[in-house]
Design a protein. Sequence first.
Length: 194
Amino acid sequence: MFQIRILGLVTLFFALSFNSVIAGSFYYVGKNAAETTAQSAWNNFDQDCGNADRFMVLVADSADRVGNTLGKYTQYGASAVEDFGSGYIQGLTGVLEDVVNKCTEKCMGIGKLYGDVSAGIFCNVSEAIGHTAGFKGLEDVPDITCGEPYRTGCESKFYTVAKDTCSSYAQGSTFERYYKAKYNGCCSYNPKRY
């Protein structure tokens, strides 16, 4: 229902804009339509990063529907349709940038927490056994959508905490293999596949 209303709104914008302003303003019509659609969708999902996947699907579906109707508006000229397309892409960019920034911070924070806790365990185990603890690799790698910010936060925090807490054990290849994602260490993740 929400998506049908947006498509009708885009059609109305096209009709009104053509009658009242020059074709170059189709850029602003497209930009407005995309910003309104994307921001409304994000707000409807309570700007919750846990809903980011559903948000992306909704925005992509909406953009597909808008794109499929553009052929109807070539009567206004190719430059009007191009302007609309450029504006639509630009309108999405601002909203998506806000979503990415918010969710990246959240994912990085989760990674930092995990890196902090894992480094504490690493240091405790290393001190208890008297040498750098080994790690066999995660058996059940978490399925994390925003894995890179998570990995970066986890690895940087793990390294810092371990160097500060038990620097004599926080060195060499065994240490790196304990936490680095590229070695299936404790900061590893499995990006979701669609």
